[in-house]
Design a protein around this ligand. Sequence first.
Ligand SMILES: Cc1cc2nc3c(=O)[nH]c(=O)nc-3n(C[C@H](O)[C@H](O)[C@H](O)COP(=O)(O)OP(=O)(O)OC[C@H]3O[C@@H](n4cnc5c(N)ncnc54)[C@H](O)[C@@H]3O)c2cc1C
Length: 387
Amino acid sequence: MDFDLPGEDHPYRKAVREWLEAHPEPSGRELAEAGYVAPHWPTPWGLDADPIQQLVFDAELQRSGVSRPMNPIGIGWAGPTILHAGTPEQKDRYLMPLLAGEEVWCQLFSEPQAGSDLANLGTRAVRDGDEYVVNGQKIWTSLAQFSTYGILIARTDPDQPKHQGVSYFICPMDAPGIEIRPIIEMTGVPTFNEVFLTDVRIPAENLVGEENRGWSLAKVTLGNERVSLSSGGALWGMGPTAEDLLDIVRAHGGTRDARLRQRLARLHIESQLLRLIRLRTVTAAIKGEPPGSEASIRKVMADEHGQHIMELGKDLAGTAGLCNNVGPFGGDPGSWAHGFLFSPALTIGGGTGVVQRNIIGERVLGLPHDVDVEQGLSWAEARRGGA
Ligand SMILES: Cc1cc2nc3c(=O)[nH]c(=O)nc-3n(C[C@H](O)[C@H](O)[C@H](O)COP(=O)(O)OP(=O)(O)OC[C@H]3O[C@@H](n4cnc5c(N)ncnc54)[C@H](O)[C@@H]3O)c2cc1C
């Protein structure tokens, strides 16, 4: 792979710069219609951009201080799944508002009894004429309270094995029968929610792909989740990076503490490894290849890297770090105080680090399947020695 980015005079770069000069403060809709929100998507939603073009777009947007719309679940997970399996009508209706950030999306996957073992889900969807009637409970649903739509998986045939008989829906979050109860995290912020669904009627046209074939689409969603969760800053692509922390350390004249210096060097090594893995993952994703095992490896590394950044930022605050309103070297907390409290969630959300390691063990190293798959037991049952 050639990591050199096109030079200053390259036509892609010039075209983006000219567009940004003409649109110095673009709206989400303008960015979406220009194809700059997800340039690797096909036209008219993206620009069919190859990996190098995408990196150029990213660099130019960053240079101009232009941010893409904030809709992580919509752009990162719902959109790619609709692109993959949606009808032309679904693509026309949902993709552009989603890219523009005009309609925020959430992900209604996890349930109290179905997290790592997601195929254990119990939410039911029963066909009734031109609608499905949905009953069940979802949990840990990030952004549900702000969302227009949710991607929902529900069981449509309970008689089939657990990885089958599951269907994938677009769920309007204002449908009668949906109750959203925020959960307050230790950060003090209610990012995620419990969502109760009681006789919720979803039009049959909101089914994505075929009935009972939703599990393979959920895997498309989760595969894309692994790519998009792990890019950029320490907190799933947001917040400060290792380089930001190193800049703060340099600005304060460095540190002579041998252990902190070792940890800073380790952070730098991790960030460089992640940068290289990201280039490989992005290349595969943009070529239209399914996200491979590198995505799982990257997620494990990136989530732990995020925790290392936040823990080191806290330790660099010294004893003042015992307070929650102090950043590294006792400075302005910025996103550090929130980030430190949020960072334990990094190795849980989107699949725990332990489960990701299982996937790497099986798919990359060719080790035997998890006991769950071998014996039809849930992990908890297996730990107890059987059902
Ligand atoms: C910040 C955050 C945001 C989230 N947002 C969403 C969202 O928007 N939508 C959504 O649907 N979900 C969301 N989740 C839920 C998330 O996907 C689940 O929490 C995660 O998949 C783990 O499931 P669980 O919480 O049920 O834990 P469990 O699956 O019950 O796991 C409990 C423990 O057992 C371990 N374990 C489980 N299975 C195995 C195994 N086979 N082998 C070894 N160890 C195992 C786990 O590693 C963990 O330590 C979010 C979670 C977080 C933290």
